[in-house]
Ligand binder design. Structure first.
Ligand code: ATP
Ligand code: MG
Ligand code: MG
Ligand code: MG
Length: 468
């Protein structure tokens, strides 16, 4: 029998508790951090501690953190391993233990608790991090063949945001044995991006601070920040080839199959759509629960993008009426015991999702028609076309890009952005031109008709406040 997602989460926290870590609950997806739109990693709530701005209450902490990454939106549905919303398990040291313990405990957890066969595991280190290399080779005893040195793109983490704590990292991969997409099987390693080696854990040795110009200075203390993707680990432990086939996603995928009368695993194209909807339903549920509402700016815009992308994939699967709002209920079945807040907010999530679906569906069909008409006529999309699609039909740029992706058309994004800016400028001007009535004669007249109002709060207020 395989380990469920819940069992993996629990075993991770228990393991680090046995290593004297304090287990803390997940923080909100909305960070208390002006540099960040969302909580993108387990370390985000601890940034000020790593930075040395506040003193830690506990020297060692472990968490399971709700995360949302917008950079991965386009990957979602197309890779077996990327989500917008996912859970990151992590252990943290605030100036306490460092590389040796972080590496040895990670190894102990995955080989002794999870019992992943050692010969399937590979690791990477930052190219000049000899210390980490030697710990892997000498203390852990991994064969040199399975330790790779990689550059900044792969083995340097952070900062989360424009400035802040960062450092070299060491990542752990499992060899899935899937070589069919590899151009060079003989020399395949975690440096290859064919997908055979699945990264699941990143150990970050946070010892630097990066300033706005990219300069590094040493932090006062050396810290540890690790991130292990729960959904990826579930896929590994359950022997399935994608996160979407784990027990964490199964009920959600089944709900989509039932609602849209489709079957997962029948065609690549519909599988992409099913995965997008499954992933986005979780993000929608958690984002609304944590206080985000669809809008045209900032976080609300990201939520709206996610919702509209899911709605469009529903339409690709043949749906023409609201369906998305019926999925959060199943998200609650899968994760409501771990995050009771999604249980409490379920009806709000459903209501807001349904409203957004109804709203977008009124323009979706005509917008799609219009889009293809333009494409047929001129085989490109000018700034004005993109602006019209956005302004009249609610088709934001990223959605249009996705719809026409296979066509490889020229899109005038700059022209679109200029028009958007002009519109904003017009709105600003219009708002600035409002003249508040200087003449109060209308109010005086109203007073004559209805008489004045009398404040009755002192007598009518039933709540007694005690004045200390
Ligand atoms: P990848 O290279 O696969 O995009 P990453 O290097 O960007 O992953 P990290 O920033 O190192 O990821 O995050 C730590 C861990 O969190 C990863 O090893 C992975 O297990 C998990 N993770 C990261 N991004 C995602 C995502 N979009 N969906 C699901 N899990 C993720
Ligand atoms: Mg990534
Ligand atoms: Mg990576
Ligand atoms: Mg990584």
């Amino acid at each position: 029998r395989y380990m469920t997602g819940h069992e993996i989460r629990e075993s991770f926290l228990k393991f680090f508790e046995s290593k004297k870590h304090t287990i803390l609950p997940s923080a909100s997806l909305i960070p208390n951090d002006p540099q960040l739109m969302f909580t993108v990693a387990g370390m985000v709530p601890f940034k000020p501690i790593f930075w040395g701005k506040i003193e830690p209450t506990y020297p060692r902490v472990a968490t399971c953190q709700k995360c949302v990454r917008t950079v991965d939106i386009d990957n979602v549905g197309r890779t077996p391993r990327h989500h917008t919303f996912f859970e990151m398990l992590g252990n943290f040291s605030f100036g306490d233990y460092f590389k040796k313990e972080a590496i040895e405990w990670a190894w102990e957890y995955i080989t002794e608790v999870l019992k992943i066969p050692e010969d399937k595991l590979w690791v990477s280190v930052y190219h000049d991090d000899d210390e980490a290399y030697e710990i892997w080779r000498n203390n852990v005893g991994i064969s040199e063949k399975r330790i790779v040195r990689l550059g900044k793109d792969d083995n340097w983490w952070g900062p989360a945001g424009p400035t802040g704590p960062c450092g070299p990292s060491s990542e752990i991969f499992v060899d899935t044995g899937r070589t069919k997409d590899c151009p060079d099987v003989e020399n395949c390693s975690p440096a290859c991006d064919c997908g055979r080696f699945l990264e699941f854990w990143n150990l970050v040795f946070t010892e630097y601070n990066m300033d706005g110009d990219g300069n590094l200075t040493r932090l006062k203390k050396k810290n540890i920040d690790t991130g292990l993707g729960l959904e990826r680990m579930a896929a590994i432990m359950q022997g399935v080839s994608s996160n979407f086939e784990t027990d964490m996603f199964k009920p959600i995928v089944e709900r989509i199959e039932g609602l849209l009368n489709v079957k997962y695993g029948v065609s690549d194209k519909s599988d992409v759509s099913i995965r997008v909807i499954a992933d986005h339903s979780r993000a929608i549920t958690f984002l609304i629960t944590d206080g985000v509402l669809p809008s045209n700016e900032g976080r609300g815009y990201v939520l709206r993008r996610i919702m509209r992308r899911a709605i469009r994939h529903g339409s690709l699967l043949g749906s023409s009426k609201p369906f998305l709002y019926k999925i959060p209920e199943v998200v609650v079945v899968t994760l409501g015991d771990v995050y009771p807040e999604i249980k409490e907010k379920l009806s709000l999530v459903e209501e807001i999702t349904l409203k957004e679906e109804e709203r977008f569906l009124t323009t979706f069909e005509s917008g799609t028609k219009r889009l293809w008409q333009i494409v047929e006529k001129k085989n490109r999309l000018d700034g004005e076309d993109l602006f019209l699609l956005h302004d009249t039909y609610g088709f934001h740029l990223e959605l249009v890009e996705e719809i026409v992706a296979e066509k490889n058309l020229p899109l005038d994004k700059e022209g679109f952005k200029a028009l958007m800016e002009q519109q904003r400028e017009r709105a600003r001007k219009a708002a600035g031109n409002v003249e508040y009535e200087k003449d109060s004669s209308r109010y005086r007249k109203a007073y004559e008709i209805i008489g004045g109002t009398k404040f009755v709060g002192y007598e009518k207020l039933t709540v007694k406040t005690k004045i200390a």
